[in-house]
Design a protein around this ligand. Sequence first.
Ligand SMILES: [Zn+2]
Length: 285
Amino acid sequence: MLNRQTTGSVVCPSCGRLVGVQVERCPHCGRSNPGLWGYTRFFQSLGDDFGFVRLIIGACVVLYVLTLLVNPSGIGMGSLFSMLSPSMEGLFLFGASGAVPVFGYDRWWTVLSASWLHGGLIHILFNMLWVRQLAPATSRIFGAGRMVIIYLVAGAAGFLLSSFAGAYLGFLPSFLRGANLTIGASAAIFGLLGSLVLYGRRGGSSAVGQQAWMWAIFLGVFGFIMPGIDNFAHLGGFVGGYAAAHWLDPRRPERVEHLMAAVIGLGLSLLAVLFSVLRGFALLG
Ligand SMILES: [Zn+2]
């Protein structure tokens, strides 16, 4: 499967038409390097998302197990929604975001790490189902690399807004407050929804845009009904995803630079988790 293809043609990853594997630019849509150095078929065998969805879900599951194992005596078993929840210390250690880590401990890089952590079995299950539902669809529209960029930008925007609100808007009623400690993929998920709404408004399928609006409103309202949901992270994620999608422009084809930026971004956010753990251990002594 990893054999490099040097002759013949491949299906352009941006427009789906046949192009020579060696051409610099797709003659149909203008995408540069549609042959992906001869590895287009390998990437396409991974699916529309180039395997990024499996990577995101896999990393979230592994980190969820690690945050449980790092402090087994602190695992919560209370209500349905806090079933098998990692301890606060475990989540802080691995890079939870929010007003306390960001403004209290100067752990600003946690805006990148927090999307990978979850607060319980139901939390991770719900979020991963939404990732599986939305990320492949977003990849088909924007390309796999730009889906990842939207996902990462939205997560960071959500946690930045929530941490800021947690630190400076504490006078608001509790359901409108930011978070002291916050985690989860839902800010990034709201970002995918925001990008699909933008796609609908930018001349893409209006059915997709309307469906994304419906889901965002449904999940947004759900967040105000359920206690303990970080509504600022949802709002920041939606706006961040919408803005990133606006900037990336779904009417233009994905470029190979987007794919590189996606890989670098994923690497940086997993490094943020590692850095959180190293600095956290030093802090906790
Ligand atoms: Zn093309």
